[in-house]
Design a protein around this ligand. Structure first.
Ligand code: SF4
Length: 260
């Protein structure tokens, strides 16, 4: 289950698909939902946002999930707020950190509006204590940097490079076909040590291994946004609000809605 803890973010990437209205999850509701998910046999929760490190209860939520459930915790973050203090509060609780890196050097700085050296310092903090991987939104600006991004991952011991062809948003279009073909060629030519992965909705013409092929639809993945609405994905326009009867009941209502 992917969970957007907050819509807040201190960056303003042009291709960001996170909703821009203010929303943040209530701590007690969130802890109830992770208990529900654990009892229902979910494998893990992926915290994101917005930027999850701006959620003030992040360390206590991660500690609670690690101590009271069998759920694995992953987190998707821009990485720039990770420092020794945050690392010490999340160490031992978070199983995998996904850092968004769209381009290196000047490409990164242009797209993210932050210094690349600062990202390197953050990667040093993260890589010392967590298994981690890179998330890259692939578009015509970033596809040429894939070699450098993979090298950066290798340098800091990333185990995964998640390639996300850009989805259309209200302010930016989706990835174009030429860039998609370039991405496919890059994937087929990559022979480095970092495992390449992609999202379920990426339409790539390359062979892809399904990790859990019999887990499909809402059994394989669902998203809770920062207003407490379950959706089939963070891009999906329709969703079901989680009420007093809990997250599993909301998922059942969503499944019925999707089946119509
Ligand atoms: S860092 Fe992520 S959440 Fe923040 S603006 Fe950029 S894409 Fe959106």
């Amino acid at each position: 289950m992917s969970i957007a803890l907050t819509n807040a973010c201190d960056l303003a990437c042009s291709y960001c698909y996170a909703p821009k209205h203010r929303a943040v999850l209530n701590l007690d509701s969130l802890l109830g939902w992770v208990d529900d998910l654990d009892r229902a046999g979910a494998l893990g929760v992926g915290f994101g946002g917005g930027e999850p490190t701006l959620y003030k209860h992040l360390p206590e939520v991660c500690t609670y999930v690690a101590e009271h459930t069998g759920l694995a915790i992953t987190m998707t973050t821009h990485g720039l707020r990770w420092n020794a203090a945050l690392v010490s509060r999340l160490r031992g609780a978070v199983n995998f950190v996904r850092v968004s890196v769209d381009g290196t050097g000047s490409t990164y700085e242009r797209l993210r509006g932050r210094s690349f050296e600062r990202l390197r310092k953050a990667l040093q903090e993260i890589a010392g204590d967590f298994r981690w991987g890179i998330n890259t939104v692939v578009n015509e600006d970033t596809v040429g940097d894939l070699d450098a991004i993979a090298s950066l991952g290798e340098e800091y011991g990333a185990t995964e490079l998640l390639l996300l062809p850009q989805q259309p948003t209200k302010t930016a279009g989706g990835v174009d076909q030429t860039t998609l073909r370039e991405l496919e060629n890059w994937i087929l030519g990559y022979s480095g040590p970092v495992t390449l992965t992609t999202s379920g909705d990426a339409d790539l013409g390359v062979p892809i291994a399904e990790v859990l092929p019999r887990e499909v639809g809402l059994r394989s993945y669902a998203h809770i946004d920062a207003t407490g609405t379950v959706r089939t994905s963070s891009y999906s326009r329709s969703g079901i609000s989680i009420e007093q009867d809990g997250v599993m009941a909301a998922l059942q209502r969503l499944a019925r809605l999707e089946a119509r």
